[in-house]
Design a protein around this ligand. Structure first.
Ligand SMILES: Nc1ncnc2c1ncn2[C@@H]1O[C@H](COP(=O)(O)OP(=O)(O)OP(=O)(O)O)[C@@H](O)[C@H]1O
Length: 272
């Protein structure tokens, strides 16, 4: 695997990137995916830079969530899905037979649109995955729980109610708890599928601040319908349409100087 992205990368679908020299986290080559024979992703080739925020934008049904789900093999259990092409994480093919899928999903955590805390205490939610890894000592768990809640900008709000129900938290707090639960098992990548779309504006801002703060230690990939959000938080943006990668560029460039008319039409609202 090359350690740096070339200054321009073209894909079969004419996508162009203008990355500076940046190490890759994921490399996706010739990725096609179909649900029951119906094509959802068409020959996608792109790299996702390490320790940056990459946003996927595009009209409803263009394949954003499908692409995100490929990255931690969430389609594995769907027998209707057929896939071709290669996806590598830090140079390793994630679909290779020797890959431990549970370990892949620890390394590549995922947060969904609707917060989904488990029906247990705040503490037990965050400790859940850590306990599954065999860590049982209370002192160690206490440290990890505090670290993860602090990393998710939630510690100060919950430190006096750690053993209260997670379901008693607000929607925005629940989403940050889910992020803390994901961070507790020390992932390398956080996949975020419209993480703020069910939240109020203040909770949304907190999630956006959190995304920006996490990129110093993680690679983040964000699916969003909200172009302002993509512009606020992401370093790179990929625009998809009908399962194709239309344009992929540094976010500032894509929004201020799109290369293609299709991209311009979408970001200026001439196409929904
Ligand atoms: N589990 C599934 N079974 C069959 N078809 C699916 C499934 N999930 C997605 N699709 C189809 O694949 C295409 C891409 O869907 P996907 O959810 O990835 O798009 P999206 O860009 O994330 O859309 P949205 O912005 O509305 O969430 C759509 O045509 C969708 O109907």
């Amino acid at each position: 695997m090359s350690a740096t992205l070339p200054s321009r990368v073209t894909s079969a679908s004419a996508a162009v990137t203008d990355f500076a020299s940046t190490a890759s986290c994921f490399e996706i080559e010739g990725l096609c995916l179909a649900y029951d024979g119906k094509q959802a992703l068409r020959n996608l080739t792109l790299r996702i830079p390490r320790q940056r925020v990459t946003a996927f934008i595009g009209p409803s049904g263009c394949g954003k969530s499908t692409l995100l789900r490929v990255l931690n093999r969430l389609h594995d259990l769907n027998e209707d899905v057929s896939r071709q092409g290669r996806v590598s994480l830090e140079g390793q093919d994630i679909h290779a037979p020797q890959v431990d899928v549970a370990e892949l999903r620890r390394r590549v955590g995922m947060v969904f649109q609707t917060p989904n805390p488990f029906p247990m205490s705040i503490y037990d939610n965050v400790a859940f995955g850590v306990r599954l890894q065999g860590i049982k000592r209370k002192r160690v768990l206490d440290e990890i729980v505090e670290w993860a809640l602090d990393s998710a900008a939630l510690w100060d709000e919950v430190k006096d109610r750690l053993h209260g129900s997670a379901w008693a938290l607000s929607g925005g707090q629940q989403q940050r708890l889910v992020i803390a639960r994901t961070l507790a098992v020390q992932p390398d990548v956080l996949l975020l599928d419209e993480p703020a779309s069910a939240l109020d504006p203040i909770s949304t801002l907190k999630i956006e601040e959190l995304i920006r703060s996490l990129k110093s230690r993680l690679t983040l990939v964000l699916v969003t319908h909200n172009m302002q959000q993509a512009a606020r938080v992401s370093d790179y943006t990929a625009f998809l349409q009908d399962g194709e990668l239309v344009e992929y560029a540094a976010t500032d460039n894509l929004f201020t100087n799109p290369r293609l008319r299709r991209t311009e039409n979408y970001i200026t609202g001439r196409m929904s």
